[in-house]
Write a protein that binds this ligand. Structure first.
Ligand code: FAD
Ligand code: DHB
Length: 393
C-alpha cells in the first residue's frame, strides 16, 4: 500500500481504540492513517477482553461493524457472584434495564480491520521506531521506519492509541504529566479452551484460595481465570493443575459442569490501575490503554478505549465540520471523568473479590460483609449493575 505523505489524523496503534477511531473518522469524512508496530496477525492473536458494554456496541453499529456481533455475540442480562460456597445472580436487566454482550476483542478487531480494508483506508503494519515530532505546534508529524527506510507523515493531529507500552504517552514531558498508579499484589492466569461454559452467565468467585472467573467466548468456548502470584510462570501450570485449582474455588454445581479440555491459550496478566493526566498534549490526544489501565475484574478496559474514542471522534468532527475547538479543548477533562469512574469500579470489584496476601481477619470480614451487603441491598445491586453494564457517555 502506498501511504499518503500527509493526513488529517495520524493514529498510532491498531488495537480496538485506533481501529474504532479510524472508522468513526472515515464515516465523518476525516482522513486518518494508522501506524501499527506489529503485524495484523499478531494483533489478532492477543486474547483479551470479552465483555462488551451497550455503548461500545452502539459505536460498532455506527461504523457498520456490528452485524457479526449481533449474530454471534451472547447477550448476558446478568452475572453470578460466588462466595461462601453459594452463587448469587445479579440481574442487570431487572435492576437497570441494560445488558452486556459477550464477544471477543479478537473478533471486534477482525471486524474493524476488515471494514477498514474494505473502505481502502490506509493502515501500515510493522511500522517501527515511530517518533512523534512538534506535537505542540500546528504542524506535527510522525516519522517511522518501514523495511529499514525512514518515512515521514505530516498531520494536523496525532491520536496516541498505542496501548500501555506505546510511544505516545512517553512523548509527553514528565513535568506536564501526572501519573496515578496502584499495583495489585497478584495476577490472573487465564486459559482459553474449546469446551462449553460451566454456566449460562459469567461466574466471579471469591474464595479463600483466591479469585476465579468462569467466562466464555461462545457456547462451545470457555475463558477461565484464576488469581495467581505475581512471580508465577505459565510453565508452572499444566492444564491438570489449572483445573484442579479452579475446581477448588468454585461451587459444587459449577464443578460438576466443568469440562476439562486442552488449553488453546494460556497466559498470566498482572493487575494494576494506572491513569496519566492530562490526556492531551498540544495536538496529541491519548486514548485507551495509552492513557489508562484498569485491572480486568470490572471488564472495563476495552469499553473505556471505546468511550475515549467516542469523545475524541466527536471533538475532531466538531473541529473539522463546525470549525470549533471546544470539543478538543474539553476532551481530556470529559474523557477522564468517565475513566475515573471505571477506575473506581474496577478497583472496588478487585478489592472485593481477590485474596490479598497478609490480609488480616478484620480485612477479610470487611470483604465478606461487602459481598453480603451487595447481594442483600437493592441499592448496592443497582449501583453494581449500573457500573458493570456501563455508565452513559
Ligand atoms: P491495545 O489493544 O493495547 O492496542 C494498542 C496497539 O498499539 C497494539 O496493537 C500495539 O501493538 C500498538 N503499538 C504499541 N506500541 C506501538 C508503537 N510504538 N508504534 C505503533 N504501534 C504501537 N477489557 C474489557 O473491556 N473487558 C474485558 O473483559 C477485558 N478483559 C481483559 C482480560 C485480559 C487478560 C487483559 C490483559 C485485558 C483485558 N481487557 C478487558 C483490557 C483490554 O484488552 C484493553 O483495555 C484494550 O486492548 C485496550 O485497547 P487499546 O486499543 O487502547 O490498546
Ligand atoms: C473476561 C475478562 C474480564 O476481565 C472480565 O471481567 C470478564 C470476562 C473475559 O476475558 O472473558
Amino acid at each position: 500500500m502506498t501511504l499518503p505523505k500527509r493526513t488529517q489524523v495520524a493514529i498510532i496503534g491498531a488495537g480496538p481504540a485506533g481501529l474504532l477511531l479510524g472508522q468513526l473518522l472515515h464515516k465523518a469524512g476525516i482522513d486518518a492513517v494508522i501506524l501499527e508496530l506489529r503485524s495484523a496477525d499478531y494483533v489478532l492473536g492477543r486474547i483479551r477482553a470479552g465483555v462488551i458494554e451497550t455503548g461500545t456496541v452502539g459505536l460498532l453499529e455506527e461504523v457498520g461493524c456490528a452485524a457479526r456481533l449481533r449474530r454471534e455475540g451472547l447477550v448476558h442480562e446478568g452475572v453470578e457472584i460466588s462466595f461462601g460456597g453459594a452463587r448469587h445472580r445479579i440481574n442487570f436487566h431487572q435492576l437497570v434495564g441494560r445488558s452486556v454482550v459477550v464477544y471477543g476483542q479478537t473478533e471486534i478487531t477482525r471486524d474493524l480491520m476488515e471494514a477498514r480494508a474494505a473502505c481502502g483506508a490506509p493502515t501500515l503494519y510493522e511500522a517501527e521506531d515511530v517518533i512523534l515530532h512538534d506535537v505542540t505546534t500546528a504542524r506535527p508529524y510522525v516519522t517511522f521506519k518501514k523495511d529499514g527506510a525512514v518515512q515521514r507523515l505530516d498531520c494536523d493531529f496525532i491520536a496516541g492509541c498505542d496501548g500501555s507500552h506505546g510511544v505516545s504517552r512517553r512523548s509527553i514531558p514528565t513535568d506536564v504529566q501526572q501519573v496515578f498508579e496502584r499495583a495489585y499484589p497478584f495476577g490472573w492466569l487465564g486459559i482459553l479452551v474449546d469446551k462449553p461454559p460451566v454456566s449460562e452467565e459469567l461466574i466471579y468467585a471469591n474464595h479463600e484460595r483466591g479469585f476465579a472467573l468462569c467466562s466464555m467466548r461462545s457456547h462451545t468456548r470457555s475463558r477461565l481465570y484464576i488469581q495467581c502470584d505475581l512471580d508465577d510462570k505459565v510453565e508452572n501450570w499444566s492444564d491438570a493443575r489449572f483445573y484442579d485449582e479452579l475446581a477448588k474455588r468454585l461451587d459444587a454445581t459449577a464443578v460438576a459442569r466443568l469440562e476439562q479440555g486442552a488449553s488453546i491459550e494460556k497466559s498470566i496478566a498482572p493487575l494494576r490501575s494506572f491513569v496519566a493526566e492530562p490526556m492531551r498534549y498540544g495536538q496529541l490526544f491519548l486514548a485507551g490503554d495509552a492513557a489508562h489501565i484498569v485491572p480486568p475484574t470490572g471488564a472495563k478496559g476495552l469499553n473505556l478505549a471505546a468511550s475515549d474514542v467516542f469523545y475524541l471522534s466527536r471533538a475532531l468532527m466538531e473541529f473539522y465540520i463546525e470549525k470549533s475547538r471546544a470539543g478538543i479543548d474539553a476532551y481530556s477533562a470529559t474523557a477522564l471523568a468517565r475513566v475515573w469512574k471505571a477506575v473506581r469500579f474496577s478497583w472496588w470489584m478487585t478489592s472485593m473479590l481477590h485474596r490479598f496476601p497478609n490480609s488480616s481477619g478484620f480485612e477479610q470480614r470487611i470483604q465478606h460483609t461487602e459481598l453480603d451487603y451487595l447481594i442483600t441491598s437493592e441499592h448496592a445491586l443497582r449501583a453494581m449493575a449500573e457500573n458493570y453494564a456501563g455508565l452513559p457517555y
